[in-house]
Design a protein around this ligand. Sequence first.
Ligand code: NAD
Ligand code: DAU
Length: 340
Amino acid sequence: MKILVTGGAGFIGGNFVHYMVNKYPEDMIVNLDLLTYAGNLETLKPVEDKPNYKFVRGDIADRRFVFDLFEKEKFDVVINFAAESHVDRSIKNPEIFVQTNVLGTTTLLDAANAFGVKRYHQVSTDEVYGDLPLDRPDLFFTEETPLHTSSPYSSSKASADLFVMAYHRTFGTPVTISRCSNNYGPYQFPEKFIPLIISRAMNDEKIPVYGEGLNVRDWLHVYDHCVAIDLIVRNGKVGEVYNVGGHNERTNMQIVETVLSALGKPLSLIEHVADRKGHDRRYAIDPAKITRELGWQPKYSFDTGIPMTIDWYLQNKEWWENIISGEYQQYFEKMYGDRL
Ligand code: NAD
Ligand code: DAU
C-alpha cells in the first residue's frame, strides 16, 4: 500500500510515521508536511534513510500542488494529521486555522475523490465536543455527543469533521474519523503543556499555570493513539467516528506537581497566570466503541507513560533545545538546500 501521511513532521504524525515505517516495511509511507513552526525534520532522523519512507514539502491547502502529488503518487490511503494544533495560537490568529484545518481538509478530500483513494482518515480531536462540567465526573464524550466547540481551533477541527462526513454522504468518499484526547510522549513541541513544564523546569524557569489549574484533561500516550489510528484505517467501518482515550484524567495542577516531583524541582516554580480565554473545563473520552468493535486497549496508563516521557526529554535535550533556540528551522536548508 502507498500511504500519504500529512503533518508527519509534527508530534503525533512524526510518531505515527516511525510506527508505520517500522511496522510495515512492505508499505510505502509518504510524509507531506509544510514545515511550519511546528514541523521538525529532526524528528524523522531515525527513519529518513529507510527505503519505504519519503518526505515531500508542501501545503495541504495548495490545490494544484496536492492534485499533482496525488496524480504522481497514486495513494491508496490518506491519513490527515496536518493542522494548526495550538489553542492559544488560534485565539491570537484564527485565520490560519481556517486555511489549514478547513481548506486543507477539503483540498485533500477533493484529491482523494479525484484519484480514487480507498480510505481517507481524518485525525480529529475530542475538543470538537466542547467541554464537560467539573462537578459531573459521570459524564463522558461519546461519538453521539453533539459538536459544541469553544475555541477557533476546535471550531476549525469540527468544521473539517463536518466536511469529511458530508463528502462521505454526498460523494461516497470512504472516510473514517478518530477523535482523541490529549496526547503526550516523545517529540511534542514545547509550547504544549507537558513538554513546556519539563523544558522550563529543567532550566529552573517559572511554569505558567492558567487560572487555578483545576481544568481537567484526559491524557493518552501518543503510541496508543498511533495504534488506534492504524486499527481504524485497517479494520474500521467506513463512515464511522471512533473516540480514542484511556481514562487518565488529571487536573493541570496534578500534572505540574507530578512532573516537578519526578524532576526533583520545587513547587515554587509554579506561577499562576491569567486564564486562557474560553478555557475548556474538562475533557473525558468514553472509548467503549473502539474497544468493542476493534479490540483497541491502551498499552500505557498515565502512571507508566509519564516517567518514560520525562526520561525521553532528559535523554533528548538537544531535540527540544534546538527548538527553543530556533536552530531546528535551519535543518531543512542544511539537509535539502543543495538538492532543491
Ligand atoms: P503539531 O502542531 O505538532 O504538528 C502539525 C504538523 O502539521 C506540523 O508538522 C506542521 O508543519 C504541519 N502542517 C501545518 N500546516 C500544514 C499545511 N498547511 N500543510 C502541510 N503540513 C502542515 O500537531 P500534533 O499535536 O501532532 O497534532 C496532529 C493532529 O492531531 C492535528 O490534526 C490535531 O488536531 C490532532 N490531535 C492532536 C492532539 C494532541 O494532543 N496534540 C490530540 C487529538 C488530536
Ligand atoms: O484534547 C486534545 C487537544 O489537546 C488537541 O486537539 C490539541 O491539538 C492539543 O493542543 C491539546 O489541547 P489543550 O489546549 O488541552 O493542550 P495544551 O497543552 O495547550 O494545554 C493543556 C492544559 O494546560 C489546558 O487546560 C491549558 C493548560 N495550560 C497550557 C499551557 C500551554 C497551562 O495551564 N499553561 C500553559 O502554559
